[in-house]
Write a protein that binds this ligand. Structure first.
Ligand code: UD1
Length: 362
């Protein structure tokens, strides 16, 4: 059985790594399983891509289309053309896509049109916010997915409502958490730890990259201002995504407690997250990681496709008005943040369950 594993952008890499390991393990036990690792090149900076391959021991991609930056349509078109060529060279049995980035949708469409079975890891999640390109990617991908590997009962319900037959939905858990748990012993202290004289639970971590927060420079500045002010004497560590960097005028960012740094490697980032007092973010994946690590998480978005991180985990959805941070910081500084629990099946064994199911497809 030949499986194409699709990875294109930073949040994909920690989702495919444990599945590749599970496939290799099963193959070493004699299973007829092989894979091609297809990198679309949607993310291409060393810090956004290559460093994840190195740190997570992901094998070099069999192919990299190098599509790079562009509009949604440009990226989609280049990825589809590149992937179609690969399928024409050798038709895989299964195309496995993860998450909700443009590479996910583009490869799913291409595979389906070539008659290849499409499986979607993290299928079924919905934010309901059509302004996000990720929501379009999710809905389009799921409309042509053959098997859904889901992370939550919310995802299962969304698929049920959509009329997906029960036998196509496999509730497996969260591969991002497989990576998290597998690497907890390998975390690396980043250079900023000593540079910023950081101490455990005495700094705030911040990440911002959603267009709704960063594409308007004045709005972005307001968020940074609020977080730095509310953090008081605590340092604010801000690894800056390339999209965000384009909007920042570093000369205006003169807050004594702000440390804006380049995007971080996975092992360094999780080290910081694990030791932070709290994280302020607009990422989806970080809300999951913070939930499992028990770190207070403030999400600057109007919606989430991961409601379990709020109902069960440590996440709070604050909207995009920076003033909403006031009450949350007050609660945090008084030590009143909710404790949270770990969602069902986020246990580090999700990839094994996925490979078990893949074997049953053949
Ligand atoms: C993409 C995903 C988003 C994910 C995020 C994580 C889509 C629609 N969005 O958003 O879901 O949360 O990745 O990072 O797929 N850039 C670089 N170097 C890189 C990558 C990007 O400089 O390695 C710059 C590009 O100039 C580009 C901008 O960052 O204009 C945004 O990149 P893009 O891939 O379009 O989307 P992200 O905002 O990264």
């Amino acid at each position: 059985m030949l499986i194409d594993m699709i990875a294109g952008a930073r949040p994909n890499f920690m989702k495919v790594a444990p599945i590749i390991n599970a496939i290799k393990k099963r193959r070493s036990e004699g299973a007829d399983l092989s894979f091609r690792l297809v990198h679309t090149g949607q993310h291409y900076d060393k810090k956004m891509s290559e460093s994840f391959f190195e740190q997570l021991n992901i094998p070099s991609p069999d192919v990299n289309f190098g599509v790079g930056s562009g509009t949604q349509a440009e990226q989609t078109a280049k990825i589809m053309t590149g992937y179609e060529q690969i399928i024409l060279e050798e038709v895989p049995d299964v195309c496995l896509v993860v998450g909700d980035v443009t590479s996910t949708m583009a490869c799913a469409i291409t595979a389906k049109k070539c008659g290849v079975i499409v499986v979607h890891v993290e299928g079924g999640i919905r934010s309901g916010d059509w302004r996000m390109p990720e929501e379009v990617n999710r809905v389009v991908t799921d409309s042509i997915t053959d098997y859904f590997y889901t992370t939550s009962e919310h995802a299962n319900n969304n698929l049920r409502k959509q009329g997906v037959p029960a036998e196509k939905v496999v509730y497996v858990g969260n591969t991002m958490i497989d990576s998290l748990l597998a690497n907890l012993e390998r975390l690396q202290k980043p250079a900023v730890w000593d540079k910023g004289n950081l101490r455990q639970k005495e700094f705030i971590l911040m990440t911002l990259h959603r267009p709704s927060n960063v594409d308007d420079g004045a709005g972005l500045k307001k968020i940074i201002d609020r977080v730095c002010t509310l953090s008081g004497d605590y340092p604010v560590i801000f690894p800056v995504h390339p999209r965000t960097m384009k909007m920042l005028d570093m000369d205006e960012m003169n807050y004594p407690n702000l440390l804006a740094i380049e995007p971080m490697g996975y092992l360094e980032f999780i080290y910081l997250l694990k030791h932070a007092l709290a994280v302020v973010t607009d990422s989806g994946g970080i809300t999951e990681e913070a939930t499992v690590l028990g770190i207070p998480c403030m999400t600057l978005r109007d919606s989430t496709e991961r409601p379990e991180t709020i109902e069960e985990g440590t996440n709070e959805l604050l909207g995009t008005d920076p003033e909403s941070l006031n009450d949350s910081f007050d609660k945090l500084m008084k030590g009143n943040w909710k404790k949270g629990s770990i969602p069902y099946l986020w246990d580090g064994k999700t990839s094994t369950r996925i490979v078990d199911h893949l074997m049953s497809i053949s």
